[in-house]
Design a protein around this ligand. Structure first.
Ligand SMILES: [Ca+2]
Length: 644
């Protein structure tokens, strides 16, 4: 399979693997990789230090953020093959490289499959290139590290040998794909049924189905329980019932319920998008489409939005089977249109159609090969813009990280976890246990998985209890250690309490934009000239006292006139407490953030206090965040809104 492939294909595979390695490492260095990117390095590290595949990181499922053996949660023994590679480098980056190579190499058997079928290099290369440019492949590649991304190589390889009727390598590759994840039995059974129905390979197909079924039994009843786990999916399908027999019966016997579930807008558009990357060719092969539908249903019928929209890496076993369906669909089209006598031009058109479909979908979705240019990754879990760029703040956190002792247990933000993965006890703040040696948090950054109010309350609670002291408080990063002196705790707590990120306030005419100069790399910006631009909130109650409100803003163009009016109001806007107009000359340097302070005083308790920014027609006015001082009083505010 390897020797006969053309140089252009190898070139494309190498280019893909290098580019995606670089992009996924850049994403990691820019602190966008999430806890799953830390889970695998952590379990390799614990294995090398005597605790087999132990981790407390993955944030989903019944083992979320608790210490467990990974094989209890997900049966992916294939990751053990990576252990020597990790042992050599001991860095998460090495896993991103392996993942990019595995997804790139999948194009090799895909090319072989298409070439075997049509004998046409252009069409075979088009399929391979469409794979390498697919927005869904890119999203899987950029979504941390997951062994599910190894499956395409094995699935394409299995189909390649299935069509050549070579049971040995076919079964070996299917076996490897079963080792990637406990749910792989579903696509293995689907491939077996496809072999029987479409290829009349009855014996081999039946053997495949039996292999898938037996492996599922062995995994859920024997192997996973061995590590303290077992089948744990049923709660993903709450729309269909609470027990496995009920869920399965309803899916089979109540098609109207299945259709109603699939008709939800987000799920419906995920189906349309994944088919449109393949120019809807899979629909021309009903049997191929059915083979992809089986693993697809496992995802689409869940009630978890990141899974049922095939976001993140969840398109993985579905997409390769859909590519095979597209190949079978092309085959059927050729039979229908040209009655088997295909002119070379015809195949060329299909190849170009496929590449055009991939590109158009990529542009429309803003990722795939166009991703680095569009600078955004959509999907519920990957919505942080500008993942490609490392900011000055990232080097601040890197400096703090270098001071964390290797032996310390750490509780941190999800996107910091992968950078401190080499330790036995590593958790996501504020998930339990809360008594780890070190707490390291980004106060401006992403608040996932807790919501903003809970997160702030939790930090203030820790700071006021005094078990932890502030080691360093730098540019919104707070580094706490158990038993440390607490002299700086009040100051840090005040800072925590005082921050209102502009992107968390309510906006009318402002848009959230990526901005390296802003905390959290996000600001709210006026991107179009419109009459009303208003940022407002957060409707807090304040005790009597004297306050300062600092608004951090900039504009990217110089202007002579009014830029913005800032005000502080109470009683839902009806009482104006302070007001200030910012004029063009007040902003000293375009693009550089400045703080503008408003002061006010009240003898009575204030309710529904809002900090508002009215843009006065200046294009590209940006608001990063608003701070309320003094922090001690703001702390009182926070305590009131914090439960317990
Ligand atoms: Ca911000």
């Amino acid at each position: 399979m390897i020797r006969s492939r053309p140089l252009t294909l190898w070139g494309a595979i190498v280019a893909y693997s290098v580019l995606l390695s670089v992009l996924s490492i850049a994403r990691h260095w820019g602190f966008y990789s999430l806890e799953d990117a830390g889970a695998f390095p952590q379990m390799f590290w614990t294995t090398l230090h005597g605790k087999f595949l132990n981790t407390n990181l993955p944030g989903l499922g019944r083992f979320a953020f608790t210490s467990h053996n990974y094989l209890a949660d997900h049966f992916s023994p294939i990751i053990l093959l990576l252990l020597p590679v990790y042992a050599a480098w001991e860095r998460p980056e090495v896993l991103f490289v392996v993942q990019s190579i595995m997804l790139g190499l999948a194009a090799l058997p895909l090319h072989g499959l298409v070439f075997d079928r049509f004998g046409d290099r252009f069409l075979a290369t088009s399929f391979a290139v469409a794979w390498l440019m697919s927005p869904f492949v890119w999203q899987s590649n950029m979504g941390d590290f997951h062994p599910d991304t190894f499956q395409p190589l094995f699935i394409f390889g299995a189909f390649f040998y299935l069509l050549r009727r070579r049971p040995g390598p076919y079964l070996t590759l299917l076996g490897l794909s079963l080792l990637c994840k406990e749910d792989a039995f579903i696509h293995v059974i689907a491939i077996g049924l496809f072999a029987i129905a479409a290829l009349r390979a009855t014996a081999l197909g039946a053997l495949t189905v039996a292999l898938g079924g037996l492996w599922a039994l062995a995994t859920f009843k024997l192997l996973m329980p061995l590590f303290g786990g077992g089948m744990a999916y049923v709660d993903h399908y709450a729309d269909f019932g609470r027990t496995l027999p009920r869920v399965v019966t309803r899916m089979l016997l109540e098609p109207q319920r299945v259709l109603a579930h699939l008709a939800q807008p987000a799920i419906r558009s995920a189906i349309v998008w994944i088919l449109s990357t393949l120019a809807f060719l899979p629909l021309l092969s009903p049997l191929g489409f059915m083979a992809a539908a089986l693993p697809a249903m496992e995802r689409l019928l869940t009630n978890l939005p990141h899974i049922n929209t095939l976001s993140w890496y969840y398109s993985m076993p579905v997409l390769p089977v859909l590519f095979v369906a597209a190949l079978m669909g092309t085959s059927n089209a050729v039979r229908l249109v040209w009655r088997g006598e295909v002119p070379r031009n015809g195949l060329r058109w299909i190849g170009m159609l496929l590449i055009a479909a991939t590109l158009i979908t990529g542009v429309r979705l803003g990722f795939g090969i166009v991703g680095p240019f569009a600078l955004r990754m959509p999907g519920p879990t990957l919505s942080r813009d500008g993942w490609l760029w490392v900011s000055g703040r990232d080097s601040v956190i890197r400096k703090l990280l270098s001071g964390v002792p290797e032996s310390a247990s750490v509780s941190t933000s999800p996107y910091i976890a992968a950078h401190v993965a080499g330790r036995f006890d590593l958790g996501i703040y504020p998930y339990r246990p809360l008594d780890r040696d070190v707490i390291l948090l980004d106060l401006y950054g992403q608040k996932h998985p807790a919501d903003l109010a809970d997160y702030r309350c939790e930090i203030v609670r820790v700071l006021s209890r005094g078990e932890y002291g502030v080691v360093e408080y730098l540019d919104g990063f707070v580094y706490l250690r158990r038993g440390q002196a607490t002299a700086r705790n009040a100051e840090a707590a005040g800072e925590v309490a005082s921050i209102y990120e502009a992107e968390d306030l309510i906006a009318d005419g402002f848009e959230k934009v990526f901005d390296l100069g802003a905390g959290n790399k996000q600001a709210m910006a006026v991107t179009r000239r419109r009459s009303a631009h208003l940022l407002y909130g957060p409707y807090v109650s304040l005790p009597p006292g004297r306050y300062q409100v600092a608004v951090r803003i900039t504009a990217h163009q110089r202007s002579a006139g009014d830029v913005a009016t800032l005000d502080v109001t109470a009683d839902q806007g009806s009482t104006i407490l302070a007001e200030r107009t910012i004029r063009g000359p007040d902003l000293r340097e375009p693009g550089r953030y400045q703080q503008f302070v408003l002061e006010f005083q009240s003898e009575r308790r204030l309710h529904n206090v809002e900090f508002r920014v009215h843009a006065r027609g200046a294009p590209d006015l940006r608001v990063d965040r608003i701070n309320l001082y003094p922090g001690t009083l703001a702390l009182e505010v926070l305590r009131e809104s914090c439960p317990g």
